[in-house]
Design a binder for this molecule. Sequence first.
Ligand code: ADP
Ligand code: ZN
Length: 348
Amino acid sequence: MERLQINLGERSYPIYIGEGLFSRLQEIKPTGDRYLLLTDQNVDVYYGDLVMTAIGREKCHKYIIAPGESSKTMETVIQILSYMLDCQFTRKSVIIALGGGVVGDIAGFCASIYMRGIHWIQLPTTLLAQVDSSVGGKTGVNMPQGKNVIGSFYQPQVVVIDTDVLKTLPRRELISGIGEVIKYGIICDYNFFSYIHNHLPSLLTLEKDILEKVIYRCCKMKAEVVAADEREGGLRKILNFGHTFGHGLEAAANYEYYTHGEAVLIGMMVESKIALGMDWIDETYYKEITEAIEKTGISLDISHMDRELLLEKMLRDKKNQENKISFILPKGKGKVQEVLLPKEAVVW
Ligand code: ADP
Ligand code: ZN
């Protein structure tokens, strides 16, 4: 088991990473008078009972939401908060988020506003949530006007990453998480990128040692970036490599066709090509990047997408300035830099 201490401002909390950790939650969990286990229907089938038993059934209520992004709404939040009030949860109660990013975002948001804030713990069950959304404390929901536009920064008391749960994760969701893993290497650590590039097959077959090491490294890198810039002023922007194009792609496909990680993988490919065109990276490094992305096996063909629609979606991003699109592009190995580009310069 690995233990990583996250320090963000005045808040400090541990992330535990290892096999079979859910059955050891009794030793790890913070004390509460009662617990609300929030999970989705799919995850509940696999791990609901295990976690209920580990926490102690007498003190634990379970609330199950429908899986998928469509649950990430204010309506869901209100239903959960009402349920908690009806069951007389107190300021000393604890919310346990068991699931992917959707469950984590909703649970953290509920915890941040229930009785002005109660403790919560995160048990991320997708690779994407383990390496990305479980560090940084962003919580929230979508609105008809946009994604993640209502929410708060609210850190959990502890994050417990049980690597065993990835065995039941659909392959497409696993690859979605790998998109972010590759991203960390490109933005801040070329050696890590090479390691991933060489060990991708073992990562995809969930080899224990590699998995633990990779999740640990990703959480550490994200924690370092976020600690330096908790509220997204400057440095945190580097996490957006692959995301300007990726978000555009997701939006242009109505958030239905691509998973987030697939869109980021394609986004990294396109954005690296732009960097190559600007001489920010050389041909050899560009090839390494594209090879690593291809090895995931996802379809990289976006010829069916409408160019104008994609550009229009990218132009809507709040990071843009003066009608130019903000990109984070690789500039040398293991480094990235922001640049504002007019839409004519965005080629793929
Ligand atoms: P993300 O972390 O990518 O935001 P979601 O919360 O949308 O992911 O979860 C993606 C899908 O995977 C959902 O349908 C969810 O129910 C399912 N899921 C999450 N974790 C697991 C797991 N460990 N095993 C099987 N299915 C899972
Ligand atoms: Zn992302």
